[in-house]
Design a protein around this ligand. Structure first.
Ligand SMILES: *Cc1c(COP(=O)(O)O)cnc(C)c1O
Length: 389
C-alpha cells in the first residue's frame, strides 16, 4: 500500500473539549492545585454516577494505585493467593505483588477473553483469599458465576474496571459487585484525567482506610489541613503511599465524566460500523454482546491468524503503521514477559487461551474523537491489508 499523506491517526487519542480546558485554567488561577475541592466534587459526581454513597469512593492517581490500596484495605494477609487473568495489563499483577500477595493465573474464555469461572474454581487452594477479575476490553466478566464462587469460598473480590466504566452486568454497573471496583482515567481510557483512578468500595470503613493509605497514612488530607477552616493537626496512623489525585486532574475528570454517555454512544456507533465492514474478512471479530450485558466499548480487538489472513499479526501492525494508523496490542499474555517467567517459572503455554489470543490480537482505534472520515479510512485500510491480491 502507498504510504499515507494523511495525519497519523493516534491510537486512543483522548477527546478534550473547551469545558475541561477552561476548568483546568480556573483551577490553576484558583491557586489550589493539589487534592482539594475539585477532587471532592469529582468524587461526589462519581458516587452519583455509580449510585453509591460519597463515603464509598476515593479518588487516587491511577488504577494501579487503586488496586494496590484496595487489596491492603481489604485486609488480605501477606502471602495469600489472588486469582487473576493472564490476559491483562501488567499493572494488575504488579499491584498484587506490591500488596505482598501471590498472583495465581486462571485462563480466559477464548470467546469473551475474560477470566473463565471454571478456571477460577480449578485454581483455588487453601491459600486463596481473593479473585481479581478484569472486565476485558469493556466486556463484563461473568459476575454471577464469580460472585457465587467468592461466596462459596469466602473470597474477597476486587474488580479491575480500567476498561469498563460504562459496562453493566444484568443491569448493575461493574465495580459494584465485589468488595472493591478500581477504575482508570489514564489518557487512553474512556474517562480521562491524564493520570488518575477511582476506588469504589462496598464498606465505607475499608474505603476510609484505602483513602488514608493513599495519602501517606495520614488521618486528614491536605484540603482539611490547609482549607478555609484553618490549619488542622493530622496523625500518621500507618505507613501509606503518595497516591492522591490532584485538583488539576479532577478538573479534567469532572467534564469527562459528564460526557461519558455521549462518548460511549459515539464509540458504540463506530463499533457497529466495524462489525459490519469486517464481517466478511478472514479475521475473528469481538463476540457479540448478550442481552445480559452492556459492553463498555473500550477496545475493538480483532484476531489476525496468519493461516487465515495471509499476514502475521506483527506484519498487520506494521502495515497499519505505514498507512498512518495507530494500533495497539492488548495484551501479550502475562507469562510472555521475562520478569514473571523468572520469578514464578511461568510459561505462556500453561494458559493456552490467553497465549493464543495475545499472539493474534490487534486493537483498532476506537476514540470518540474519530471523524466519519477517520472511520472510513480505517475500514478501507484494514480491507486493503487483508484482501488477497
Ligand atoms: C490501564 C490499566 C490498568 C492501570 O491503569 P493506570 O490508571 O494506568 O494505573 C490496570 N488494569 C488494566 C486492565 C488496564 O488496562
Amino acid at each position: 500500500m502507498e504510504p499515507s499523506s494523511l495525519p497519523f491517526l493516534v491510537f486512543g487519542a483522548p477527546q478534550i473539549e473547551e469545558a475541561e480546558i477552561d476548568e483546568v485554567v480556573a483551577c490553576l488561577r484558583s491557586g489550589w492545585l493539589g487534592t482539594g475541592p475539585r477532587v471532592a466534587q469529582f468524587e461526589r459526581d462519581f458516587a452519583a454516577f455509580r449510585a453509591v454513597s460519597p463515603m464509598q469512593v476515593a479518588a487516587v492517581n491511577s488504577c494501579t494505585a487503586a488496586l494496590h490500596v484496595s487489596m491492603l484495605a481489604a485486609g488480605i494477609e501477606a502471602g495469600a493467593e489472588v486469582i487473576t487473568t493472564p490476559l491483562t495489563f501488567c499493572a494488575t499483577v504488579n499491584a498484587i505483588l506490591h500488596a505482598g500477595l501471590q498472583p495465581v493465573l486462571a485462563d480466559v474464555d477464548p470467546q469473551t477473553q475474560n477470566i473463565d469461572p471454571a478456571a477460577i474454581e480449578a485454581a483455588i487452594t487453601p491459600r486463596t483469599r481473593a479473585i481479581l477479575p478484569v472486565h476485558f476490553a469493556g466486556r463484563p466478566c461473568d459476575m454471577g458465576a464469580i460472585m457465587a464462587i467468592a461466596s462459596k469460598h469466602n473470597l474477597v473480590v476486587i474488580e479491575d474496571c480500567a476498561h469498563s466504566v460504562e459496562a453493566t452486568y444484568r443491569g448493575q454497573p461493574v465495580g459494584t459487585f465485589g468488595d472493591f471496583g478500581c477504575y482508570s482515567f489514564y489518557v487512553t481510557k474512556n474517562v480521562v484525567t491524564g493520570e488518575g483512578g477511582m476506588i469504589v468500595g462496598r464498606s465505607e470503613d475499608q474505603v476510609a482506610r484505602a483513602r488514608i493509605l493513599a495519602l501517606h497514612g495520614m488521618s486528614k488530607d491536605a484540603w482539611h489541613r490547609f482549607g478555609d477552616s484553618g490549619y488542622k493537626h493530622y496523625q500518621v496512623v500507618e505507613c501509606g503511599f503518595k497516591y492522591n489525585m490532584m485538583d488539576i486532574q479532577a478538573a479534567l475528570g469532572l467534564h469527562q465524566l459528564a460526557r461519558v454517555e455521549r462518548n460511549w454512544r459515539r464509540r458504540d456507533t463506530i463499533w457497529k460500523q466495524y462489525d459490519e465492514a469486517f464481517a466478511a474478512l478472514p479475521i475473528t471479530l469481538p463476540m457479540p454482546s448478550s442481552a445480559e450485558i452492556r459492553h463498555g466499548r473500550h477496545l475493538y480487538t480483532v484476531m489476525i491468524e496468519p493461516e487465515r489472513c495471509g499476514i502475521t499479526r506483527d506484519g498487520f501492525l506494521e502495515t497499519m503503521t505505514a498507512a498512518g494508523i495507530g494500533t495497539g496490542v492488548h495484551y501479550m499474555s502475562i507469562p510472555e514477559h521475562p520478569y514473571y517467567q523468572q520469578r514464578f517459572g511461568w510459561s505462556p503455554e500453561q494458559w493456552p487461551n490467553a497465549m493464543k489470543l495475545g499472539r493474534a490480537t490487534v486493537s483498532l482505534p476506537l476514540s470518540p474523537g474519530m471523524s466519519d472520515q477517520d472511520v472510513a479510512r480505517l475500514i478501507d485500510t484494514v480491507r486493503a491489508t487483508l484482501s488477497f491480491a
